[in-house]
Design a protein around this ligand. Structure first.
Ligand SMILES: *[C@@H]1O[C@H](CO)[C@@H](O)[C@H](O)[C@H]1NC(C)=O
Ligand SMILES: *[C@@H]1O[C@H](CO)[C@@H](O)[C@H](O)[C@H]1NC(C)=O
Ligand SMILES: *[C@@H]1O[C@H](CO)[C@@H](O)[C@H](O)[C@H]1NC(C)=O
Ligand SMILES: *[C@@H]1O[C@H](CO)[C@@H](O)[C@H](O)[C@H]1NC(C)=O
Ligand SMILES: *[C@@H]1O[C@H](CO)[C@@H](O)[C@H](O)[C@H]1NC(C)=O
Ligand SMILES: *[C@@H]1O[C@H](CO)[C@@H](O)[C@H](O)[C@H]1NC(C)=O
Ligand SMILES: *[C@@H]1O[C@H](CO)[C@@H](O)[C@H](O)[C@H]1NC(C)=O
Ligand SMILES: *[C@@H]1O[C@H](CO)[C@@H](O)[C@H](O)[C@H]1NC(C)=O
Ligand SMILES: *[C@@H]1O[C@H](CO)[C@@H](O)[C@H](O)[C@H]1NC(C)=O
Ligand SMILES: *[C@@H]1O[C@H](CO)[C@@H](O)[C@H](O)[C@H]1NC(C)=O
Ligand SMILES: *[C@@H]1O[C@H](CO)[C@@H](O)[C@H](O)[C@H]1NC(C)=O
Length: 707
C-alpha cells in the first residue's frame, strides 16, 4: 500500500518538507559578495545516531505489513544545524534537525522541543526548532503518534521513537557545543539525471500555458547553504534537491538511509581525513556535517516505469502511461532507477552519488552569494478542519477534515499499490477486501474502528476526490490522522526557508514558491487531504506570515491551539524479547559458518560469516556498532569498517522461538582500493537470559586475507 505514504505526506503534521529560495532583492537587502563575511553568524553543526530496533519491527514509508526489518545496512542519523546572529548570541533563530526518517510528526517534535527548551531555555523555543525528514522508506517504523501510520507496525513502538528523540537531542547538543563564528553562502547547480516526475501523466493535466513556463517536468536545481568557519574553511552544508528520498524497494528488509543518507555519508566520509585510521572509521563519527534534505515529491526512477510480468506479452514494456498498470493491475509496474540492471542498492548509490557531486560543485564554485542580515523564525499551528479564508478573487472558501481518496491506495511507480487500487482511479467502490481485512484483522477486537461514513458536507468539501477513508472523523481509540499542522518559516539574511507540512508535487512547489494562485486540477487533488483548497490555504497562511520575518518585528502571529498529545494513549502490540539461548553445546558469538582462510579475497568479492546470535533489540548499540571489520596493522587490530558502512550488512534470524536460538550473518563486500593484508570480523551482541540482566558478548571469525 505504498500510496498510503503519499497520502500521509499531505497529512499535515505528519511531515515536514523544506523549500528554500533567495528572496528578491526588493524584499530583503541583497549582497553580491562572492565569499561570506567571516564572523557574521554563530554556527553549530552536529550529528547523532537514531537507529531504532533493526529486527522484528515494521519499516516506515511503504506501510507494507510484510516489510518487517531483519537487519542493518546503514544507520539512520539526525543532523543538526544551528544559526544565530553573532550580535545576539543568546537567541538562536534557526535550528533545523535534518532527520533520516520517513517523516516527522507533532509527537516526535513535541518531545524534542520539550527536551531542548528545558536544557537550553535561553536558546531554543517552539518557534525556532524545525524538524525535517529525508523522507526515506527504509528505516524503522512505529514512532508516529497517530493511528493510521501505526497500522502496519502493530501500534506504537516506543523503542523507535526514543531512539529518534534521543539521537536528535544528541545531534543538537553536539551542534550547540560546536557553536563558533562563521559565515554562510548559497548557490545552486543543475543535476539533470538525478530525478524524474513520479506521475508524468498527472503532470500533463496541469494547464499547458503553465507547463510551457518550464523546461522540465521536474525542477533540476540543487540549492545549497554552505557553512564556513571564521577562516573560511567549510564545516558543513545543507542542500535542497527535489528527488524522492526513496531508492530502496519495498522488498528490502535491511534498515538503511536511502539516497539522501547515502549522499550525506559519501560527502561526510570524504571530508573526514582520518577515515581509515581506526579511530574515525566509524561512519557517522564526524564533525563535518552534510545535510541532504527532501524538498518535494519527485521520483528517482529516471528510466521510467516498466512491467515485470514474465510470460505476459507486455513484459519489459513501459507501464500504461495514465494509470501505471500492466495488464490492468498495478502489481507488476516498477520504476527503474539508474542501477536497475544490478539492484535497487545500486540505484541508491548512483542517486546518492549524483546529489553528493552536485553538492560538491556548489561547495567548490566561486559564484555563491554570501548571506548577510537578520535571522528570524516564525511558527504557528493551523487547524485544517475548517480553515476559512478568502481567495485572491474574493471568494471565501474553507478546508475540511482530512480524508483519503481512492487513488492514495494505488501506489506510485516507487512501489506499486499492493492492494490493487489503480493510480488516478476515481471510482467510488473498489472496496478491496484485502484492505478491509488488513485493518480488520490487525484491530479485530476493536471492530468499531472503521472510519465513520462521511457526511454530505464532508463529501461536498472533499469533492472531486472520492473518500476512501474518512480519517478526519476517526478518533477511536485515538486520532487516526492529525487535523492541526505546523506552519513555519525562517529567514537567514536573504534566504527564506519554508517548512511545509505536506509533500508537494512539482507544480505545487512552483506555485507556492512563486505564490501563484491557480486551481489544482483533480488528479493532483487526490493528495489534498484537507480538500481542494489545501494548497491555497497554505499559500494564504505563509504569505500572511512574511511580515514576521522583517528586521523589526512587532507582536506575534495568531495561532490555533497545539494538537493534543496522544502517545500516552498509544496501543502497542509488539512483543518484547522473551529470552535468548545458544544451542546445546555452543555459546553466543561462536562462529557457525567461517570465512575462507585458504583462498585470499579480492576487491568486489563478498566475505561472509555466521555466528550464534542474540536478539539485537536487547541493545540498539546507538553510536556504536553490531560488527567490525578489523585490519591487522603493526600487529594490532584496527577497525576498518563498522555496521554503518554501505559495504557491510548485518542480518539476524530467529532459528527457534521455543528454544530462543538465533543466528547472525555478517557480510563485507570488499571495495576497490582496500589495502591488502589480514582482516577479521568481530560480532558484538547482547543476550537476554530467562532470568537476570542483559549481557554483552563478542564473536570473532578466523583471520582472512585480502590480496
Ligand atoms: C534530554 O535528552 C538527553 C539525551 O537523551 C538526556 O540526557 C536529558 O536528560 C534530557 N533532558 C531533559 C530535560 O529531558
Ligand atoms: C540559482 O542561482 C541563480 C543565480 O543566483 C538564481 O538566479 C536562481 O534563481 C537560482 N535558482 C534557484 C532554483 O534557486
Ligand atoms: C555557478 O557555478 C556552478 C558551478 O560551477 C554552476 O553549475 C552554476 O550554473 C553557476 N551559476 C550561475 C548562476 O552562474
Ligand atoms: C491519458 O490522459 C490524458 C490527459 O491527461 C489524455 O489526453 C489521454 O487520452 C489519456 N491516454 C490514455 C491512453 O488514456
Ligand atoms: C525486489 O524487487 C525488485 C523489483 O521487482 C526485484 O528486481 C528484486 O530482485 C527484488 N529483490 C529481492 C531481494 O527480492
Ligand atoms: C570517534 O572519533 C573520536 C576521535 O577521532 C574517537 O576518539 C572515538 O573513539 C570515535 N568513536 C567511535 C564510536 O568510533
Ligand atoms: C466552517 O466555518 C464557517 C465559518 O467560520 C461556518 O460557517 C461553517 O458552518 C463551518 N463548517 C463546518 C462544517 O463546521
Ligand atoms: C474564485 O475562484 C474559485 C476557485 O478557483 C472559484 O471556485 C470561484 O468561482 C471564483 N469566484 C469568482 C467570483 O470568480
Ligand atoms: C476523475 O475525475 C475527474 C474530475 O471529475 C476527471 O477529470 C478525470 O478524468 C477522472 N479520472 C478518471 C481516471 O476517470
Ligand atoms: C544467513 O545465511 C544463511 C546461509 O548460511 C541463510 O540460510 C540465512 O537465510 C541467512 N540469514 C539471514 C537473516 O540473512
Ligand atoms: C589472527 O591473527 C592474530 C594476529 O596475528 C593472531 O594473534 C591470531 O592467532 C590469528 N588467529 C588465528 C585463528 O589464526
Amino acid at each position: 500500500m505504498p500510496h498510503f505514504t503519499q497520502e500521509l505526506l499531505s497529512l499535515g503534521t505528519a511531515l515536514y518538507y523544506l523549500t528554500a529560495f533567495l528572496a528578491s532583492s526588493t524584499v530583503l537587502p541583497s549582497n553580491d559578495a562572492i565569499k561570506g563575511v567571516a564572523g557574521q553568524y554563530l554556527l553549530g553543526l552536529g550529528i547523532g545516531d537514531i537507529t531504532g530496533p533493526v529486527v522484528e519491527t515494521n519499516m516506515m514509508g511503504y506501510a507494507s505489513l510484510p516489510q518487517t526489518d531483519t537487519g542493518l545496512h546503514m544507520r539512520q542519523r539526525s543532523r543538526a544545524f544551528i544559526i544565530a546572529e553573532e550580535a545576539n548570541p543568546q537567541t538562536v533563530s534557526f535550528s533545523l534537525m535534518q532527520v533520516n526518517i520517513a517523516m516527522g510528526d507533532t509527537g516526535v517534535r513535541r518531545s524534542i522541543v520539550a527536551n531542548l527548551t528545558a536544557t537550553y531555555p535561553d536558546m531554543f523555543t517552539n518557534d525556532n526548532i524545525a524538524l525535517g525528514s529525508t523522507h526515506q522508506h527504509s528505516g524503522v517504523g512505529g514512532y508516529l503518534e497517530d493511528l493510521l501510520p501505526q497500522i502496519t507496525s502493530l501500534g506504537y513502538v516506543a523503542a523507535t521513537a526514543d531512539a529518534i528523540i534521543e539521537g536528535t537531542v544528541i545531534a543538537v547538543q553536539r551542534a550547540y557545543e560546536s557553536m563558533a563564528s562563521g559565515s554562510l553562502s548559497v548557490g545552486n547547480t543543475s543535476v539533470v539525471d538525478g530525478n524524474a516526475n513520479r506521475s508524468p501523466s498527472a503532470y500533463l493535466a496541469n494547464p499547458a500555458d503553465e507547463r510551457a513556463m518550464y523546461e522540465y517536468d521536474t525542477d533540476k536545481e540543487l540549492s545549497l547553504l554552505r557553512f564556513d568557519d571564521a577562516s573560511g574553511n567549510p564545516r558543513g552544508l545543507l542542500s535542497f534537491f527535489p528527488v524522492h528520498g526513496t531508492s530502496l524497494y519495498e522488498n528490502n528488509t535491511l534498515v538503511s538511509s536511502d539516497n539522501k543518507g547515502m549522499a550525506a555519508y559519501l560527502y561526510e566520509s570524504e571530508k573526514t581525513p582520518s577515515w581509515y585510521d581506526g579511530t574515525r572509521c566509524h561512519a557517522g563519527n564526524n564533525t563535518f556535517v552534510a545535510g541532504f534534505t527532501q524538498v518535494s515529491d519527485r521520483v528517482l526512477d529516471s528510466l521510467g516505469a516498466y512491467c515485470e510480468s514474465p510470460g505476459e506479452p507486455y513484459d519489459g514494456m513501459l507501464c500504461a502511461f495514465n494509470t501505471s498498470t500492466c495488464g490492468g493491475t498495478v502489481e507488476d509496474c516498477h520504476g527503474r532507477g539508474p542501477g536497475f540492471r544490478i539492484s535497487d542498492f545500486a540505484s541508491n548509490m548512483i542517486i546518492g552519488q549524483l546529489q553528493m557531486e552536485g553538492a560538491q560543485t556548489v561547495m567548490n564554485s566561486d559564484n555563491r552569494t554570501a548571506l548577510s542580515g537578520s535571522v528570524r523564525s516564525v511558527h504557528i499551528y493551523m487547524d485544517m478542519d475548517n480553515h476559512t479564508f478568502t481567495l485572491p478573487n474574493g471568494t471565501t472558501v474553507h478546508t475540511c477534515p482530512p480524508a483519503m481518496g481512492f487513488s492514495f491506495a494505488g501506489g506510485t511507480t516507487d512501489g506499486p499499490g499492493a492492494f490493487d487500487f489503480i493510480q488516478g482511479d476515481n471510482s467510488s467502490s473498489p472496496q478491496n477486501p484485502f484492505w478491509e481485512n488488513l485493518y480488520m484483522s490487525v484491530f479485530q477486537w476493536y471492530t468499531d474502528f472503521v472510519t465513520p461514513a462521511p457526511s454530505e458536507a464532508q463529501v461536498a468539501c472533499q469533492y472531486p476526490k472520492p473518500i476512501l477513508l474518512n480519517t478526519g472523523y476517526a478518533n477511536l481509540p485515538y486520532k487516526w490522522s492529525p487535523n492541526t499542522v505546523d506552519i513555519q518559516m525562517f529567514r537567514i539574511g536573504q534566504l527564506v526557508i519554508l517548512v511545509i507540512p505536506g509533500e508537494l508535487t512539482t507544480m505545487s512547489g512552483r506555485r507556492i514558491r512563486q505564490a501563484i494562485r491557480a486551481e489544482l486540477i483533480s488528479y493532483e487533488g487526490a493528495s489534498t487531504i484537507f480538500g481542494q483548497y489545501t494548497l491555497d490555504a497554505y499559500i494564504d497562511k505563509y504569505t500572511s506570515l512574511v511580515p514576521f520575518l522583517a528586521d523589526t518585528v512587532t507582536g506575534t502571529p495568531a495561532s490555533d491551539a497545539a494538537p493534543a498529545e496522544q502517545t500516552s494513549k498509544a496501543i502497542s502490540l509488539q512483543l518484547p524479547v522473551v529470552f535468548d539461548a545458544a544451542p546445546f553445546g555452543s555459546s553466543f558469538g561462536k562462529v557457525k559458518t567461517d570465512v575462507s582462510t585458504t583462498v585470499p579475497y579480492t576487491a568486489g568479492e563478498t566475505v561472509f560469516a555466521t555466528f550464534v546470535g542474540a536478539n539485537p533489540r536487547n541493545n540498539l548499540r546507538l553510536e556504536g556498532t553490531f560488527l567490525s571489520v578489523d585490519q591487522l596493522v603493526n600487529d594490532a587490530w584496527v577497525r576498518h569498517r563498522s555496521d554503518s558502512h554501505p559495504s557491510t550488512t548485518y542480518s539476524w534470524v530467529q532459528t527457534s522461538t521455543a528454544l530462543g536460538t538465533s543466528q547472525v550473518n555478517l557480510t563485507w563486500t570488499i571495495e576497490d582500493g582496500t589495502p591488502s593484508g589480514t582482516y577479521r570480523f568481530v560480532y558484538f551482541g547482547d543476550s537476554k537470559p530467562v532470568i537476570g540482566g542483559i549481557t554483552a558478548f563478542t564473536g570473532e571469525s578466523s583471520n582472512f586475507t585480502v590480496s
